[in-house]
Design a protein around this ligand. Structure first.
Ligand SMILES: [Ca+2]
Ligand SMILES: [Ca+2]
Length: 153
């Protein structure tokens, strides 16, 4: 009887774990090194401190403003040009919160993406496989229980 509940608890836990994406690319806004959701003067100041004084920004991923894979002086100049000299916008994800579409780097989320209206939770392929296996396993377990019950009478 106890094992049945343990198996049920393990199955539910496995379902939750399997339907969660483990390797989600981090969310950020390119250039928003302060992590406050907008790219403005404060980001320029923080980029300056990062490049010239090696003070780490709040969002390291956002510091690669030109999306070449490294953060440095070019990124500060790119951000400065965008903010004060009508230069090009930073590449995506910009100006909205998102993931890097070209070369995602590992890191922590710096922003929360807006949930599209009407969106339903999605299931990962691993989650779908686990659910199918649980369904088949449950069917087999019920079949065997019924077969045992009918043969014991
Ligand atoms: Ca900012
Ligand atoms: Ca860069």
């Amino acid at each position: 009887m106890r094992i049945k509940y343990l198996v049920l608890l393990a199955s539910i836990t496995l379902c939750f774990a399997a339907t969660t994406s483990w390797a989600q690319d981090p969310y950020f806004i390119r250039g928003d090194v302060t992590g406050d959701g907008v790219v403005d003067d404060a980001d320029s100041t923080m980029m300056y401190a990062y490049v010239f004084q090696t003070i780490p920004p709040n969002c390291v991923l956002a510091a690669d403003v030109d999306d070449d894979g490294v953060a440095g002086l070019n990124d500060f100049l790119y951000l400065y040009s965008y903010l004060y000299l009508s230069g090009d916008e930073p590449p995506a994800p910009f100006p909205d919160c998102g993931t890097d579409p070209t070369d995602p780097q590992p890191g922590d989320d710096c922003c929360t993406p807006p949930t599209p209206q009407g969106a339903v939770p999605s299931i990962t392929p691993v989650g779908a496989l686990v659910l199918v296996l649980l369904l088949v396993g449950s069917g087999i377990w019920v079949y065997r229980r019924q077969r045992l019950a009918t043969t014991s009478h």
